[in-house]
Design a protein around this ligand. Structure first.
Ligand SMILES: C[S@@+](CC[C@H](N)C(=O)[O-])C[C@H]1O[C@@H](n2cnc3c(N)ncnc32)[C@H](O)[C@@H]1O
Length: 262
């Protein structure tokens, strides 16, 4: 029996609320509304992030990547990553992973219509990379390139939990030609609002570890950044998708990048 804590907000469920989904509870909506009061563009930011996932996945599949490890998958929102990858590479292998029990309850919906041999869901925490590598290794071939996709995940992982070291550990098992994809919220553009949001979320029991451009870039140490390098998410290969309505009406306080392991 999966236990869902409806007494405090969860990032997966708040994100679902921002995206207009139905898999969230009053506590998620209430906290989401507080974020919205601080910055009414939060739902646009969620969509811009999702669109970055679409474009980066398409770019990777078009550049020959056939295996994806997506950690911090979230509640299913069509199209999910495997649909985008498998549209380009029909037999692309995808392992999804999240630590929130609500995502586990949605795993069947996430994987509907796909072949179990090529797409799987793994319930695990990114702070336990060895468990993820072991589980993912049952379907992914770590002797061939893998795209490690950490999209809107790492700002929920603090430095105390070793965010950079965890990414390093995951990458250490992937061969040359693998990729790292990260999008991440930052306080660089809106310091006051970001500080207020971090404090409100902390009170609600959610850790938000906003990182500067330099701290974000450090996730890519030792990798070759794909053009255009570190960018605000909507400017990372915009030609690969459609703009999100409202994305140009102000600052999107985040970064996105893709790097290749040499
Ligand atoms: C904002 S959502 C992003 C969903 C999706 N990657 C996207 O960008 O559309 C963040 C996700 O990270 C998950 N998450 C947060 N902390 C995590 C952890 N320590 N281990 C695994 N997943 C985590 C949350 O449950 C949530 O589903």
């Amino acid at each position: 029996m999966v236990e869902i804590d409806t007494t405090k907000p969860h990032p997966a469920r708040m994100y679902d609320w921002y995206l207009g989904g139905k898999d969230n509870y009053p506590v998620d909506e209430a906290t989401g509304r507080q974020m919205f009061t601080l910055d009414p563009r939060v739902p646009v930011m969620a969509r811009v992030n999702r669109a970055f996932m679409h474009r980066s996945t398409r770019w990777l599949a078009e550049h020959g990547v056939r295996q994806f490890l997506d950690i911090g998958t979230g509640i299913p929102t069509e199209p999910n990553l495997h649909r985008i990858a498998q549209r380009v590479v029909p037999d692309a292998r995808v392992v999804y992973c999240d630590n929130d029990p609500i995502v586990l309850t949605q795993a069947a919906a996430l994987l509907r219509g796909t072949d179990e041999g090529v797409t799987r869901y793994l319930q695990a925490d990114v702070r336990d990379p060895d468990a993820i590598l072991e589980g993912a290794g049952k379907i992914l071939d770590f002797s061939r390139p893998v795209a490690l996709s950490l999209i809107a995940l790492l700002h929920f992982v603090s430095d105390e939990d070793g965010a950079h070291e965890l990414v390093g550990r995951l990458l250490s098992e992937l061969p040359s030609g693998s990729y790292l994809v990260v999008s991440h919220a930052t306080a660089d553009f809106t310091p006051e609002e970001s500080k207020a949001a971090t404090e409100k979320l902390k009170t609600a029991g959610v850790t938000l570890a906003l990182r500067s451009r330099a701290e974000f870039s450090r996730f890519f140490d030792g990798l070759e950044l794909v053009e255009p390098g570190v960018e605000v998410p909507q400017l990372w290969h915009p030609e690969l998708g459609e703009p999100v309505p409202g994305q140009d009406d102000g600052v999107i306080p985040g970064y996105g990048a893709v790097g290749r392991k040499p």
